[in-house]
Write a protein that binds this ligand. Structure first.
Ligand SMILES: C[S@@+](CC[C@H](N)C(=O)[O-])C[C@H]1O[C@@H](n2cnc3c(N)ncnc32)[C@H](O)[C@@H]1O
Length: 244
């Protein structure tokens, strides 16, 4: 992504983080799709999972439930406003402790485990970790990356053999009844695209389709046991695989 495009995306998501959070949490059916994406990672208790472009943290409950208190969830995003929302979500769910590290709220027992949810401000295209995570998730993110295939290869390198990678994205449907669905989808893409629309060298929905497809092609190159499911009239795709 160029510096201009990055700045535009950060401005856009920074400005709309509250509204985005509302949509991310309350759009009917979206929670089920997030469950599917988390399932595609085949996480086990104790795993460390990194979410690239975590936004306001809407996937965190789905990931945390799978890795359990012994695992870790790390969200990476380059937009401060989105990250602040994600951070307050995990802090609000973490039981308060006193200076000695003891719980100060006995009613907080059911909230155990959120202390293992961390957020990091960083760029998904160059972030690095000291130890390889067990899994990487990116939901509604690869369409924003200038070269998603390169990033998927980089994430696969970061994971190493046995790690799992899953992508959840929306793009135009290829089903026979697609025309009216895609007209509505194009409107949504234009309304939710960061940046100055006059700058587009190609229609934003065409660019999105290409990036979503490129990311999946790269994932299929690197992974075995790949799963792919389509939802919402073929607009939403969940693809996951285990790196070879
Ligand atoms: C459409 S939102 C998706 C948020 C979240 N994954 C979800 O499913 O609700 C895209 C997010 O990706 C972040 N993002 C886009 N490109 C990024 C990059 N290169 N590095 C880090 N974050 C990025 C944006 O800041 C934004 O929060």
């Amino acid at each position: 992504m160029s510096a201009d495009a990055t700045a535009a995306a950060q401005r856009f998501y920074g400005r709309w983080s509250d509204f985005y959070d509302l949509l991310a949490r309350s759009t009917p059916g979206l929670g089920r799709l997030r469950e599917r994406a988390a399932d595609a990672l085949a996480l086990e208790p104790g795993d460390t999972v990194v979410e690239m472009g975590c936004g306001t943290g809407a996937n965190f409950p789905h990931l945390r439930r799978r890795v359990g208190p012994a695992g870790r969830v790390v969200g990476v995003d380059f937009t401060r406003g989105m990250l602040e929302r994600a951070r307050s979500r995990s802090e609000a769910a973490s039981p308060p402790r006193n200076a000695s590290g003891e719980r100060t709220d006995p009613r907080a027992v059911d909230r155990e485990g959120w202390e293992n949810v961390h957020v990091v401000q960083g760029d998904a295209t160059d972030v690095e970790f000291c130890e390889p995570p067990d899994a990487i998730l990116a939901t509604f993110v690869v369409g924003m990356l200038a070269d998603p295939a390169r990033e998927v290869h980089r994430w696969a390198d970061m994971l190493g053999p046995g790690g799992s990678l899953a992508l959840l994205d929306a793009a135009q449907t290829t089903r026979w009844f697609g025309w009216p669905v895609n007209q509505a989808f194009r409107g949504l893409v234009v309304a939710s695209a960061p940046g100055d629309r006059k700058d587009y060298a190609e229609a934003p929905w065409t660019m999105l389709d290409r990036r979503v497809a490129d990311a999946r092609a790269a994932l299929r190159e690197r992974a075995s046991a790949t799963t792919h499911t389509e939802h919402a009239l073929g607009v939403v795709r969940v693809t996951g695989g285990r790196i070879e």
